[in-house]
Design a protein around this ligand. Sequence first.
Ligand SMILES: [Fe+2]
Length: 294
Amino acid sequence: MTSYPVDMTVKPEVEAFFDEATNTISYIVKDPTSDACAIIDSVMDIDYAAGRITYDHADTMIARVTEMGGTLEWIIETHVHADHLSAAPYIQQKLGGKIGVGEKIMVVQETFGKVFNEGTEFQRDGSQFDALFKDGDTYRIGNMQGFAMYTPGHTPACMVHVIGNAAFTGDTLFMPDGGSARADFPGGDAGELYDSIQRVLALPDDMRLFMCHDYGPNGRDIAWETSVGEEKAHNIHVGGGKTKEEFVKFRTERDAQLDMPKLIIPSLQVNMRAGEVPTDDDGNPVLKVPVNGL
Ligand SMILES: [Fe+2]
């Protein structure tokens, strides 16, 4: 069992940027004692029907980092998202910073390299990223230390990132009334997801938790911040001491009824390349649609 360097005395400044098209929340996390900051789970805009990519969401975040005089040190992906495209390379080109993801990205690249029938030029070793995190790996954002917590289940490469008293859950948890994310993508596992969630819930009760998605269940306003204590008490899928057996049964039955995310086909091709759009033999950006491949 990895022991994690939790330090609740460090209190990063967190700003959230909600993307209405995909219900994703991207974050700027800033060190209050320096100009250093990180961006977590950025979004590139896509009109998939038109095959058009734009950068309004990323530009808003870039403008904010510039306005605060921030030095971008990290661009972190909590996992290979299946419902939105990452803008990491675009942001890196404008602001610098290292792009980091969990080292199990290699498993995801192997799986989806096959689904999309990628050629040998598609490296399956994670080399498209600047840093590959293992469980418990630490990194600096100015004077703050962050660490990665390995949380497989939704995907095999999911990491929760903990920076001081703030944890960025990716899709390992949703708000208490949203429950949890699906665990039926290739390499996903409901039992593993339950175990990963328990490790997040073992963090201090007053740890701030920031979600990657929210869908405003039952008509409530979109929200993205909760705490470990709130999740433990009230999460509708895992709170109040629900057992692993109960969770796995519920999650498996629910997942069997879910449609594929609308943007899964472009998202995987781009995100498994650290946000780069693949190109054809002439170097033109192009996306594939494998028929009956997923
Ligand atoms: Fe996801």
